[in-house]
Design a protein around this ligand. Structure first.
Ligand code: GTP
Ligand code: MG
Length: 524
């Protein structure tokens, strides 16, 4: 067992430890085909960013000859990888081996003449491929294999879940189906890289880095793309040290506060994306929010993007979650299932409001894992035997949590008295005076607790009367995700509280009798 404190104090070492552990024991031992991260966070970020810089995004005609297309591009240098996908048309992301190839390709690319309309010239890496003699080529055109960028339909998900062998298997299936694919991850880094090209018009040497669920290993296909305009490279602290009596400083414009600086920077970048950014539509500048941001859709990739700046802490949070996710695939499987469960019951929403956010939910899962006995994220083998139980016990844990008086503290892995009266209090691990779930209302929290109890109950029943796979009846996780659970809940809305209390009491009594026999696991 690995004490959590050690984890937090030297993240790089832990990631490396894990990698060694995986290598020596053979990753097949974990028995799951997911993409649990094994590399250091900064390593991944740097590699992916560099890869994105060697990549171009090409809007293609609906049918093309793949071989000829690649041959045409490889005149500019060898191609390392490529994939096609569909998003209002056919697109190709093509990664060259060398950055110079991109410049070479840009040099033979022209700015279109659009008849009566006028084009604002901008040499980006987002290109348009046209066929010169489409008539002559028709016979050689073929349909292209496209990589999928969206999550499975509910129908397909239920089918997959119902065919699984155990709840453990269901959790892993859900993870496998929803986690970001290699191609989707590349597309996220590429989109950031394309936005960086636009921002570099104002701030040469800036970096646009993805953060949040796109990189913290808890991202679901279709999740938004959070990006962060990093100006630290240009910032005052990075200059090389000089000796002697003289000190050089840049002449700059001063503004009253960091917040005003952030607003001004985002304001011009937002304007720039709106006016000149190829493929950026619906640009909104939300500068008075607690964390000012520019929101837009990147049409070619299909991502909803949130661009912020001066937001290093968010990048740190992403790294922290990434580390937790790297410990074992079960951590991610649990987080994915809890997130999907919350989404299925409208506990979370893509619209901001009084609901619990995915970020808060993830923190709750981590806290729950810290509070288990043994009180830390345990060894791989131990987690493996627990995987199935964890989901049920997660619901039980928070179904019984004293939200009225206690706050969740991930930094110390313990509950503590709430410093203020918000219904849900989760201390921000980096800015400890802040509550990451300040927005959550009492009624939303109550809904969460009621659903958690109901779901614990369903999982408790599961195993006793599981339907046969051929009946296609939802069971286990599939039953938890069915909207009908929510409907049943809302039908019993009037007596909601007693129902919820009743379930809690039932579970408590079963648990205490189970403890006497010390076999609360149904032997699974
Ligand atoms: P999705 O719902 O899949 O987008 O999850 P997400 O983790 O990307 O959440 P979201 O897009 O809402 O926020 C992006 C990142 O911002 C999170 O991963 C956190 O790092 C950070 N973040 C979000 N909400 C808060 C908050 O209330 N406080 C702090 N300190 N950081 C937050
Ligand atoms: Mg996000």
């Amino acid at each position: 067992q690995r004490p959590l404190r050690r984890l937090l104090s030297c993240p790089g070492t832990v990631a490396a430890d894990l990698r060694r552990e995986e290598q020596s024991s053979g990753s097949a031992e974990t028995g799951s085909e997911d993409r649990t991260p094994k590399k250091r966070f900064s390593e991944v970020q740097n590699e992916r960013r560099e890869q994105a810089q060697r990549t171009v995004l090409i809007h293609c005609p609906d049918k093309i000859n793949e071989k000829k297309f690649l041959k045409f591009l490889s005149q500019h240098g060898p191609i390392n990888s490529h994939f096609f996908y569909e998003s209002f048309g056919l697109y190709a992301a093509v990664e060259f081996c060398q950055k110079e190839s991109v410049t070479s390709l840009q040099n033979i690319t022209r700015t279109p003449s659009l008849g009566p309309e006028a084009a604002i010239p901008f040499k980006s890496r987002y290109l348009n491929l046209k066929l010169r003699n489409s008539l002559n080529q028709t016979s050689e055109l073929s349909s292209i294999q496209c990589s999928n960028q969206s999550s499975p339909s509910s129908k397909k998900l239920y089918q997959l879940l119902c065919c699984a062998e155990s709840v453990d298997d269901q959790l892993n299936t859900l993870l496998r189906e929803f986690q970001l694919t290699e191609e989707n991850t590349r597309l996220r880094y590429l989109t950031c890289s394309l936005i960086e090209d636009v921002a570099a018009a104002y701030f040469p040497d800036c970096a646009v880095r993805p953060f949040g669920s796109s990189v913290n290993s808890f991202g679901k296909l279709g999740c938004d793309l959070d990006m962060f305009l990093d100006l630290d490279e240009i910032g005052k602290f990075t200059a090389q040290k000089t000796s002697g009596n003289f000190l050089m400083e840049f002449q700059v414009k001063n503004v009253p506060s960091e917040r005003v600086a952030t607003q001004k920077i985002l304001s011009v970048i937002g304007e720039c994306l709106d006016q000149f950014g190829p493929g950026c539509v619906g640009v909104q500048r939300i500068l008075n929010a607690r964390c000012p941001l520019v929101r837009f859709s990147h049409q070619a990739s299909g991502f909803q993007c949130d661009l912020t700046t001066n937001n290093r802490i968010a990048l740190k949070s992403s790294e922290l979650l990434y580390m937790y996710g790297a410990l074992d695939s079960r951590v991610r499987a649990l987080v994915f299932s809890v997130r999907c469960w919350a989404r299925a019951h409208s506990l979370t929403s893509s619209i901001p409001g009084a609901w619990i956010t995915n970020f808060s939910l993830t923190m709750m899962v981590i806290f729950f894992l810290q509070r288990r006995s043994p009180p830390i994220l345990p060894t791989l083998d131990y987690l493996k035997t627990l995987a199935e139980l964890l989901l049920k016990e997660f619901f039980e844990y928070f179904g019984n949590f004293a939200f009225n008086k206690n706050s969740i503290n991930i930094r110390q892995g313990r509950e503590q008295n709430k410093p203020e009266s918000s219904p849900l209090h989760i201390q921000n691990p980096f800015e400890t005076s802040l509550n990451v779930s300040k927005n959550v209302s009492q009624s939303q929290l109550q809904k969460f607790v009621d659903l958690a109890r109901e779901s614990a109950w369903i999982l408790h029943q599961e195993g006793k009367d599981r339907p046969s796979p051929s009946s296609n009846q939802p069971w286990g996780l599939a039953a938890l995700l069915l909207p009908s659970v929510a409907n049943n809940m809302s039908l019993s809305k009037k007596k909601k509280k007693p129902a919820s209390e009743r379930i809690k009491n039932l579970l408590d009594s079963i648990k205490s009798s189970g403890a006497e026999n010390s076999t609360a696991t149904n032997g699974r």
